[in-house]
Design a protein around this ligand. Structure first.
Ligand code: GDP
Length: 411
């Protein structure tokens, strides 16, 4: 009986993606986030960054400064998956906030400026994500801008980040005439007409040789990095789309290769394939190592299992019109509205009030939150950022943020 339930819950877990968008200030993180919320239908209003109506920027101080200061999490749905987008500041002054966000996300989309390529700050955020072993895919943005060039950007990724780029798209048109991409896995052309809709069709004849050449480059690069792909490549001197996809998923999770997509967030081109790639290649909470903590001085692991004892990390506290919103990443177990939790470090119990899923333009109340999920809770009076909340009968202190920090023991 329990096993059935267990399977069912775990099936739901495979359809969650807790993601961050990592970018240098100005590369287009806000615009990309906003477009993601737009195409996933989480918002109906199409905000623009420059007039200050962007829906993820809840706070006016943020809008005034034009940079994202406060981390928040926004949920949206795509292709049967729930994507929780955890905001990560792009400004170098907020390294601590980045650190905190990196702790609670399972994967990230790194956004690069198609003109500037890898910039010094993108490099430092990249290293931070390396330390946390966050699987990433890349989005080369702003391909509509004068001087934008995917190949140049990819070269800077290879040289400065020392990772093997695996480019899965061929841009159609350049700069102002950038209209779409060829999906090199399926060998289909996606073209955005005026407005937001795109059409999918065969690769145009004039692009075919270049698309085939790039597909070959992709296959060779993947075969070099992935044993199963190498075997198939040696046997058939080609790779099927299915093998490519499976290998790209593995390489994303090990960090041995970096899937690169491209587009223009501002013109809303390329965001849907980016979401497809995020779902296909980035890990679910079940695919990442169990969270570690300490119980009575003894190191422990907690599996991402809704039936395990509850443990969650507070990664953000915001005062809003709704009240004090405490953002939690639930690592194991389940919490319900009205439930009592222990703030392990503070040795104090608190009661969970309402549990909210924060969407772009609204909060939806839910009656419980399970392992793997990210929610905001109303009603906690004292729990601070960084606090572990757990089931009072199974106290656990989640591992401190830095791997280098000494492990704190709790009685
Ligand atoms: P953030 O600092 O990384 O959050 O970057 P924003 O999303 O605020 O974008 C910075 C600036 O670049 C804004 O003026 C955007 O309108 C602009 N921008 C973002 N994406 C694109 C794009 O795809 N093409 C062009 N031309 N401009 C863009």
């Amino acid at each position: 009986m329990r096993t059935d339930l267990h399977h069912h819950a775990n099936d739901a877990l495979t359809r969650i993606r807790n993601l961050g968008i990592l970018a240098h200030v100005d590369a287009g993180k806000t615009t990309t986030t906003e477009r993601i919320l737009y195409v996933t239908g989480a918002t109906y209003k199409r905000g623009e960054v420059h007039d200050g109506t962007t829906v993820t920027d809840f706070d006016s101080q943020e809008r005034d400064r034009g940079i994202t200061i406060f981390a928040a999490a926004v949920s949206c749905d795509w292709a049967g998956h729930r994507i929780n987008l955890i905001d990560t500041p792009g400004h170098v002054d907020f390294a601590d906030e980045v650190e905190r966000a990196l702790r609670v996300l399972d994967g990230a989309i790194a956004v690069f400026d198609g003109v500037a390529g890898v910039e010094p700050q993108s490099e430092s955020v990249w290293r931070q994500a390396d330390r946390h072993r966050v699987p990433r895919i890349a989005f080369v943005n702003k391909l509509d801008r004068a001087g934008a060039d995917l190949d140049d950007a990819v070269r800077s990724i290879r040289e400065r980040l020392r990772v093997t780029p695996l480019v899965v798209q061929l841009p159609i048109g350049r700069e102002d005439d950038f209209t779409g991409v060829v999906d090199l896995l399926r060998m289909r052309a996606l073209v955005w007409a005026d407005g937001d809709t795109f059409t999918e069709g065969p690769v145009p004849d004039d692009l075919r040789p270049e698309a085939e050449r790039r597909r070959r480059v992709l296959e060779e690069a993947v075969a070099e990095l992935h044993p199963t792909a190498l075997e198939e490549f040696c046997a058939h001197s080609t790779l099927s789309a299915a093998t490519l996809a499976a290998a790209l998923r593995d390489l994303t999770r090990t960090g041995d290769g970096l899937v690169v997509l491209c587009g223009s967030a501002y013109r809303n081109r390329g965001v849907e394939p980016l979401l497809d790639a995020a779902v296909a290649y980035l890990p679910s909470p079940l695919d990442v190592p169990a969270v570690r903590g300490v119980r009575d001085g003894v190191p422990q692991e907690r599996a991402a299992d809704p039936a395990a004892p509850f443990a969650a990390l507070v990664f953000k506290v915001n005062s809003t019109a709704t009240g004090r919103l405490t953002y939690l990443r639930v690592y194991s177990g389940t919490i319900r509205k009205g439930g009592v939790v222990l703030d392990t470090g503070a040795r104090r119990t608190e009661r969970i009030g309402r549990i909210l899923r924060v969407q772009a333009d609204r909060h939806t109340e839910v009656d419980r939150a399970e392992a793997g999920d990210i929610v905001a809770v109303v009603g906690l009076k004292a729990a601070r950022t960084g606090a572990t909340l757990c089931l009072p009968g199974a106290p656990l202190l989640l591992e401190p943020p830095s791997v280098a920090d000494p492990v704190v023991s709790v009685a």
